[in-house]
Design a protein around this ligand. Structure first.
Ligand code: FAD
Ligand code: NAI
Length: 328
């Protein structure tokens, strides 16, 4: 076992996947995250209308290792299948679009998976790491308040690529790869209605101008919302175009697009919320698995190393852990 623990920057699914694998192999880890909660883009936001899943809506499992892991999560009660009344909208035409795809959600909220994976592992939340540097023997981290953390034997940077490149400065090749990855934004809006909307639609893939996706929040198992909440995601192109628009303007426009699309009367919402995900998804997939400078002991992982999906992020975390362990 290493003398000093392994630092993991980022407690999203990639960082937690790596932490879980390293812990299972007998290594000690210490996680850091800038947010107050776990899960990153799989987090659930606590609001006056309950916990809302504004980022990841569901996930699929296609890789054998991930499929087996998700089955274990199901046994542990962290996830459940979600089979919404699925629709699609193309050119303004709404139509049912049922399929056979198995889709998973965290229960009772998406962040339950992150909480389950963390277990008793140590994490420092509300701590934005701004520098990762190596002394003579060990690694140290510096946070945005100027506090120093360490020593650590190795460091895994598990954050979106544009943010990771700065923290990977000690390994210029890794930093350059991360800097080459473009990530697309997504505006996410929640609308809550006192009187449930009169539709049996529960989720919809949209190929129109502003919207990309919409879902009825309480159609997922385990949700207990006081209002009928709908989560709307704007397309990458629309989100990029309106990146700096005010939250109120974004809510108004997406509410309008939703009312036009859906097959029922949409009243004024009682509750509204908008969240801008600046680094929502990589603009293309890669096959890196994870990045490593094994000689230095610096690693990077995240969805951007594979596919911009939960499965890609989890697999990337596993790969970072595997590459680190094979050096010990
Ligand atoms: P993240 O989840 O981004 O985790 C990185 C963590 O690092 C965050 O917690 C962040 O707070 C932290 N961090 C960042 N910088 C620092 C720093 N300097 N110091 C400390 N901590 C830091 N995927 C699907 O499979 N299905 C979907 O339906 C789906 N829908 C999505 C909808 C939206 C709106 C978004 C935004 C994403 C969606 N995704 C979906 C993608 C999925 O959420 C991601 O692929 C996955 O969660 C990425 O995990 P990650 O660990 O790589 O990164
Ligand atoms: P999936 O297989 O359910 O969907 C993949 C894509 O196939 C969908 O985006 C949709 O275009 C199409 N599709 C699937 N089933 C359909 C149906 N019944 N009717 C019409 N179209 C259908 O899931 P997968 O592959 O795991 O993808 C994850 C999802 O997460 C995608 O929808 C993706 O767009 C979304 N995502 C959203 C992000 C964002 O920032 N908004 C970021 C990352 C992923």
């Amino acid at each position: 076992m290493s003398k000093a623990p392994i630092a993991i920057v980022g407690a999203g699914i990639a960082g937690l996947s790596a932490a879980h694998a390293l812990h299972a192999a007998g290594q000690s880890v210490q996680l850091f995250d800038k947010s107050r909660g776990l899960g990153g883009r799989m987090a659930s936001k606590r609001t006056e209308s309950g916990h809302l899943d504004l980022g990841t809506q569901y996930f699929t499992a296609r890789d054998r290792r991930f499929t087996e892991t998700v089955r274990q999560w199901q046994t542990q009660g962290w996830v459940a299948e979600w089979s919404p009344h699925l629709y699609q909208s193309r050119g303004g035409q709404l139509s049912p679009s049922a399929d056979e795809q198995l889709r998973w959600v965290g229960v009772p909220r998406m962040s339950s998976i992150a909480a389950g994976l963390l277990g008793e592992l140590p994490v420092t939340l509300g701590c934005r790491i701004t520098e990762v540097f190596r002394g003579e023997e060990y690694w140290k981290l510096v946070d945005a308040d100027g506090n120093s953390h360490g020593p650590f034997s190795q460091v895994i940077v598990a954050i979106p690529a544009p943010q990771a490149s700065t923290l990977l400065a000690a390994a210029p090749k890794l930093a350059a790869v991360a800097a080459s990855v473009a990530m697309e934004p997504t505006w996410s809006v929640a609308l809550g209605f006192a009187k449930p909307l009169e539709t049996n639609l529960e989720a919809c893939f949209v190929q129109d101008d502003a919207l990309d996706w919409l879902a009825r929040h309480h159609s997922r198992p385990g949700r207990d919302d006081p209002l009928d909440i709908w989560v709307l995601h704007a397309s990458s192109a629309w989100s990029r175009q309106h990146l700096d628009s005010s939250r109120d303007w974004v809510i108004e426009r997406l509410h309008g697009a939703f009312a036009e699309l859906i097959d029922c009367v949409v009243t004024a919402p009682e509750f509204t919320l908008a969240h801008r995900w600046l680094y929502a998804r990589p603009s293309q997939s890669h096959e890196w698995g994870a990045l490593a400078d094994a000689h230095l002991g610096l690693y990077a992982c995240g969805d951007w190393c594979l596919s911009g999906r939960v499965e890609g992020a989890w697999l990337s975390g596993q790969e970072a852990a595997r590459r680190l362990l094979e050096q010990l």
